[in-house]
Design a protein around this ligand. Structure first.
Ligand code: ADP
Ligand code: MG
Length: 954
């Protein structure tokens, strides 16, 4: 406030050396130096274990417009209880949520209240050497910018405007405190905007920025400082000496931002602005050493929270890719990762998170001011902001005081820096340094950046790996413990196993024994069963046998009974028989005696009868003898008649056989005659056939001859025709030659005539000439010459035409000749062809004839053969008949002989029979005589036996 512009200039000049590009280097060295002094300065806070991010909530009042429209309020803030409630009652939707924060500022809260309560302590910590960050987070139009920068800055008359924001108030506080301490200090500010992942320096001079624009619009790049920190290369650092200056700076930046806003559609709602204040304060140690204390305050006005893409948000309007705010999104993800303590925190995904890395989960003290609107229209967004902020409360930072630097070392650093810069300036001026092309430089820078990023990633990887290793080690130890336990268990179980194995072994042995005994028993049982079976079978057999035996016994008993009965019958029968026999014997005795008596009587009677019989017998024999004599004579006469009959029979048979013989011979001769006739007829027929065939053959030959003659005649006629045509052609030729001769003659005659005409004309002309010479000798000469010429030309033309005509004629003649020759040739070839055809035909006819003749010959032969066969058949028939006749004759003769023999035998037999008859008659007679004698004798000797014997004599 009290600083003059001169001193400001001086300070500025003095600190210009702290160019952005040098800052990291110097800090690097500072830290290195301070590390050595760590023992001297115990800056360790009691907040070692981590401090939660402080989250404040600010609800803006309803705007005038909103009040006018009577917008319902759905947010109620309880500052005392540090709670915010969102209450809404819609027909079917009940929202009632309450969130607690570290501090709550209602709509009525003033800028200074907020600053005093929430920001002032942070500024004090910055002055103590901490790095602090204040975020403003919330929907667009909820007062982020208002909170950070403040409203309009009308009053510039020393008095601070009541709606001044956090930034000017913080700056003023710093100055106030430092002035009060009379400390030597230096304060510089940077103001940058992050829009669409591009950094814009809001403090860059218009000219320079233009200049930069001209120089291929050099972008402001984020660079790694090699210690996990990030610095912005090429960022303008404004040295601030008075609090009022800050307004100029803010105005400058805001103006730039505003112009951009007008150019780009609502850029501010999508851009983040970071206002940083860096303070260096000189301190004196009790030993008199001078130290530099460093503190930094980041004031971040974030983009509207509605820029985070959320599904279903913003009336489902499709968002453009560019609208999705990467930095804001990543901030949310980083917060999530930090809250959930997940391994990887995606700081590197956006520039915002890279810039503010240390403020989120790092060594920075962080405060988030969440701004909301009480309007019902913003409820959804308000709730999300509340959720977000509430979640962010759980982030833990480990704030550390920046290590202090000794002034001397800092001065040394600065000097070396000055030297370096001087050299660079010198080199630039003299152009004898190393110049790197811009592109290459950029490339190298990019490479460096990439390398740094890579290193960072690798570090992170290694960290995670280390964590993993630790985890693994823990796991290993636990596993080891487990394994030891397991091994113990294993030992126990092994012992148990051994015991059980022994037991098992015993059991197995017992089992085996039991098995063997069982087997034995089984064997025994099976044997027993077998024997039982056999026994049963035996028993069955025995039973059947016994049954049979019982049957037999029963049969025997019955038999015995029957036998007894039969014996009884027999006994009775024998008894009966005995009694009957005795009776019969008695009766027989009686009958025998009676019969003897009767016989005696009968014998007596018989004697008497015999005597009568003998007498009658003698008479009878006499009669018989007479009768026999008669019979003898009768028989002789019979035999004689029989003999006569035989003789007649013989004669009769001879005659009949003779008839038969003659008949047969007659028949055979007739058959012979008939066959001869048939044979002769067949002969005649065959001869006729032969004759016919031969006749046909002759006819065929004649026909062939005729054909041949006809053909030869045709050939002759064709020959004659050809001759005639040849002659015709020859005559044609001759005529043609004659014609040509005639033409030639005519030509010569013509020529001669023409010559004569010429001569005559010449003579005539000469005469005329001579006659008219006198008169018009000259004229005439010329005319005559002309006429002569004319005549000559005419004659020449005539001659030429004649010669041409003759030549044409000759040509014609020659063509005719050629034609006739060709015709002749054709004719001769035709004749030859016809001759060959004729010859072929003749040969074919000849062959046909020959075939026919052969066929005829074969026919004749066959007829001859058949005639021969006929004759043979006749002869065989005749011989057969002769044989037949002879056999018949022999049979007849045999029959005659046999009949004759029979007749002789009959006659001999008859005579023999007569002889025998005589003998028999005599013997019979003698026998009858003897019988008669005997019967006469019997009459005297009546002995029954003799009688019987006599009776037995035949
Ligand atoms: P944001 O930066 O979040 O988009 P602004 O800071 O631009 O919002 O605020 C929008 C409007 O609301 C401004 O006109 C501002 O004056 C007004 N406003 C915001 N917060 C308050 C408050 N706490 N008291 C009075 N007016 C406020
Ligand atoms: Mg704003």
């Amino acid at each position: 406030m009290m600083d003059s512009s001169q001193s400001q200039q001086q300070r500025r000049m003095g600190l210009v050396s702290l160019s952005p590009s040098q800052t990291p280097r110097s800090t690097e060295k500072n830290t290195r130096d301070l590390r050595q002094m760590e023992g001297n300065f115990n800056n360790k806070h009691d907040k070692d274990k981590g401090v939660n991010v402080q989250v404040l909530l600010r609800c803006r009042p309803l705007s005038e417009e909103e009040i006018r429209v009577h917008t319902p309020v759905v947010i109620s803030c309880n500052e005392n209880r540090r709670e915010v409630s969102a209450v809404q009652n819609i027909a079917n939707k009940q929202i009632d949520r309450t969130f607690a924060f570290d501090k709550v500022f209602g709509p009525a809260s003033q800028q200074n209240e907020l600053f005093e309560q929430a920001v002032s302590p942070i500024v004090n910590e910055v002055l103590e050497g901490y790095n602090c960050t204040i975020f403003a987070y919330g929907q667009t139009g909820t007062g982020k910018t208002y909170t950070m920068e403040g409203g309009g800055r009308k009053s510039k008359n020393g008095e601070f405007p009541s709606d001044a924001g956090v930034i000017p108030r913080a700056v003023r506080q710093i100055f106030d405190v430092l002035e009060a301490q009379c400390a030597e200090y230096n304060m510089k500010v940077t103001f940058l905007e992050l829009y669409n992942e591009e950094i814009t320096d809001l403090l860059a001079l218009e000219e320079t920025s233009k200049f930069i624009d001209d120089k291929s619009k050099k972008p402001i790049a984020l660079m790694e400082d090699g210690k996990g920190g990030v610095f912005v290369r090429g960022l303008e650092e404004e040295i601030v000496t008075t609090a009022n200056e800050i307004y100029k700076i803010l105005d400058k930046g805001s103006a730039k931002r505003r112009t951009a806003e007008t150019l780009l559609n609502k850029q501010s709602s999508r851009s983040h602005s970071i206002f940083s204040i860096t303070i260096h304060i000189k301190e004196c140690t009790p030993e008199g050493e001078e130290l530099i204390k460093c503190g930094k305050l980041n004031l971040v006005d974030l983009a509207g929270s509605e820029n985070i893409s959320r599904s279903g948000a913003r009336e489902g309007r499709a968002r453009e890719a560019g609208e999705i705010n990467k930095s804001l999104l990543t901030l949310g993800r980083v917060i999530n990762a930090l809250v959930e303590h997940s391994g990887h925190v995606p700081y590197r995904d956006s520039k915002l998170t890279r810039l503010l890395r240390d403020s989120l989960g790092g060594k920075t003290k962080t405060c988030i001011i969440a701004t909301i609107s009480p309007s019902i229209h913003c409820l959804e967004e308000t709730l999300s902001t509340l959720d977000y902020a509430h979640r962010a409360k759980n982030i833990k930072n480990k704030p550390e005081v920046n290590q202090k630097m000794m002034k001397s070392t800092m001065i040394k650093d600065l000097y070396s820096e000055i030297d370096r810069l001087k050299q660079e300036v010198y080199a630039a001026r003299e152009k004898n340094g190393i110049y790197i092309p811009r592109d290459r430089y950029l490339q190298e820078e990019a490479e460096k950046k990439a390398m740094a990023e890579k290193i960072e990633r690798m570090e992170m990887d290694s960290e995670s790996k280390e964590k993993q290793v630790i985890g693994l080690q823990e796991l290993y130890t636990t596993q080891q413990v487990l394994t030891t336990e397991l091994s113990d268990k294993l030992d126990k179980t092994q012992k148990k196993l051994e015991n059980t194995e022994h037991a098992l072994y015993d059991l197995e042995e017992r089992y085996k024994q039991a098995n063997s005994t069982i087997k034995e028993k089984e064997f025994l049982i099976s044997n027993l069963l077998k024997s039982e079976k056999a026994l049963i079978e035996r028993a069955f057999e025995l039973r059947s046998e016994l049954e049979n035996a019982a049957c037999d016994v029963a049969g025997l008993f019955t038999k015995i009974e029957r036998k007894d009965r039969i014996e009884d019958g027999n006994r009775t029968l024998v008894q009966n028989f005995q009694s009957s026999l005795t009776q019969q014997l008695e009766t027989l005795h009686k009958t025998v005696s009676t019969s003897v008596m009767q016989q005696e009587q009968q014998l007596k009677e018989m004697e008497e009868d015999m005597q009568s019989f003998v007498s009658t017998k003698g008479e009878a024999t006499e009669e018989l003898r007479g009768r026999v004599e008669k019979l003898k004579t009768l028989y002789r006469s019979g035999i004689k008649s029989l003999d006569d009959l035989a003789g007649e029979l013989d004669e009769n048979s001879q005659t009949t056989f003779g008839h038969l013989n003659s008949e047969v011979s007659k028949h055979s001769s007739a058959l012979q005659d008939l066959l001869k006739g048939i044979a002769s007829e067949a002969d005649v027929i065959l001869n006729e056939l032969q004759g016919g065939l031969s006749h046909q053959g002759e006819k065929m030959a004649a026909y062939a001859q005729q054909q041949r003659e006809g053909h030869s005649r045709a050939v002759e006629t064709t020959r004659s025709i050809s001759k005639i045509t040849m002659n015709f052609f020859k005559t044609l030729d001759i005529h043609a030659s004659k014609l040509s001769e005639i033409v030639d003659d005519a030509q010569t005659v013509h020529d001669q005539k023409l010559c004569e005409l010429e001569k005559k004309y010449e003579e005539c002309a000469a005469n005329e000439e001579k006659q008219l010479l006198a008169k018009v000798s000259e004229l005439l000469a010329s005319s005559s010459a002309r006429k002569k010429k004319l005549v000559q030309t005419a004659v020449d033309s005539l001659r030429e035409s004649a010669t041409s005509r003759t030549s044409k004629l000759q040509q014609e003649m020659s063509t005719m000749h050629d034609f006739t020759y060709s015709v002749k040739d054709e004719w001769t070839t035709y004749v030859e062809k016809t001759e060959t055809h004729y010859n072929e035909d003749i040969a074919a006819v000849e062959s046909g004839k020959n075939g026919l003749e052969e066929g005829l010959k074969q026919c004749i032969m066959k007829t001859r053969m058949s005639a021969q066969q006929w004759r043979d058949a006749q002869e065989s028939l005749l011989s057969l008949e002769k044989g037949n006749v002879a056999s018949v004759e022999s049979i007849v003769n045999d029959g005659l002989e046999a009949s004759q023999m029979l007749r002789t035998r009959l006659s001999t037999a008859a005579s023999a029979a007569l002889g025998d008859l005589d003998v028999a008659n005599t013997s019979l007679l003698s026998a009858i005589d003897r019988k008669y004698k005997l019967t006469q004798l019997l009459q005297f000797y009546p002995v029954p036996h003799l009688n019987e014997t006599l009776l037995q004599i035949p």
